[in-house]
Ligand binder design. Structure first.
Ligand code: ACO
Length: 331
């Protein structure tokens, strides 16, 4: 039996901070409304000159260093993002070039905020079936570049960041590794969270720019409803596949979209706040990067220990919902 394990994590965050009081000067909103409705106090925003591949590269370098894996040892690079540097080539190929990971295949994957967990599941399959030794999963979104800072419904929510994981095959006698993954999608919600223009459906034109169609549009209330239900359904499927119960979970990492969604999930799953990683207050919703950044920070701070059973669940554009249970460690 080969266990697919996360050998190490890395993350990268822009230094520029956007506070609620900054947003009060930009749109008709208030610090109290934002904190009460979302739990967000501040978020990080990338510099204009920073692209998704830049943040991916920094997170990947940290993960590779922590894993003691050289770029040339990578067999595959998967970048999960909805804000690629450009439609093509893939951001994964741009990251491959910067890392000089010449032995790796590379592709992008788009699953909205569920991107890290979709990519983790895909990486697991490649490690099982292709004889690969190491796969780099990097997830980064710079949602600030597709956010309309005149739209108070969305501009208070998002921050930028990147998280990376180096995955490999562990020792057959070890018990650490991925215990279960579960992916879902419901395309009936495709128009609840989307960017209308810039693709083949509505190519860029003066009119699309004038009408703000290159910005993210969201029906927050419907996404909220989907998330509250889907997170529990996915968690229960994951637990069943792994033969575990909620009482076995040591660390819970929910997608960081809204503190009220996180609290509803904790209540429905009866998982204590002390076991739940929360970064939304300081980092906002970083889309696909939210979960790996939270995990990477927790590992760096010693909050995740070898043997801990970690439940991760995310939802996002698509609509998608995905999860994974892993036993932390490398053996
Ligand atoms: N400041 C002040 N008032 C605001 C603001 C704001 N920033 N934004 C909206 N409001 C107002 C609305 O205009 C509305 O006013 P009205 O009643 O006079 O019309 C009122 O507040 C309530 O608006 P709702 O949209 O109903 O507020 P809700 O409680 O649903 O909260 C929110 C909005 C925070 C967006 C919530 O719905 C949410 O978090 N949804 C989930 C979104 C999500 O998770 N998205 C990420 C998906 S992941 C990905 O792939 C990126």
């Amino acid at each position: 039996m080969l266990n697919v394990q996360i050998k190490a994590m890395g993350h990268a965050l822009p230094t520029r901070v956007l506070t609620n009081s900054d947003l009060e000067k930009m749109v008709d909103t208030s610090n109290d409304w934002i904190i009460e409705t979302t739990g967000i106090i501040e978020r990080r925003i990338a510099e204009d000159s920073t692209s998704t591949s830049d943040l991916c590269y920094d997170a990947a370098v940290m993960a590779l260093h922590n894993a003691k894996v050289k770029p040339e040892q990578l067999d595959l690079i998967i970048v999960a993002t909805v804000t690629p540097d450009m439609p093509f080539p893939s951001t994964a190929c741009i990251v491959q070039k910067r890392l000089e990971a010449w032995n790796a295949a590379a592709f992008d994957l788009a699953a909205g905020c569920s991107g890290f967990l979709y990519a983790l599941s895909v990486a697991e399959k490649f490690l099982f079936t292709n004889g690969y030794n190491y796969v780099l999963v990097v997830t980064s979104d710079i949602l600030s570049k597709i956010t309309d800072y005149t739209d108070r419904n969305t501009c208070v929510l998002f921050g930028d960041g990147a998280g990376a994981a180096v995955l490999g095959r562990g020792n057959s006698s070890g018990d650490a590794g991925i215990l279960s993954t579960y992916l879902t999608a419901d395309g009936r919600g495709a128009d609840l969270l989307y960017m209308p223009a810039g693709g083949s459906a509505l190519p860029a034109s003066e009119q699309t720019v004038r009408e703000h169609l290159h910005y993210l549009k969201m029906n927050g209330r419907e996404v909220f409803r989907f998330a509250s239900k889907a997170m529990v359904e996915v968690s229960e499927n994951l637990l069943e596949k792994a033969g575990l119960g909620y009482q076995d979970i040591d660390v819970f990492i929910p997608h960081q979209a809204n503190m009220r969604i996180i609290k509803t999930a904790m209540k429905n799953m009866q998982i204590a706040e002390a076991k739940t990683l929360i970064t939304i207050d300081k980092l906002g919703n970083m889309s696909a990067a939210s979960i790996p950044v939270a995990l990477s920070m927790a590992v760096s701070e010693g909050k995740v220990k070898p043997g801990d059973v970690i439940l991760m669940v995310a939802f996002g554009a698509g609509l998608t919902c995905a999860g994974a249970i892993i036993r932390w460690g490398w053996n």
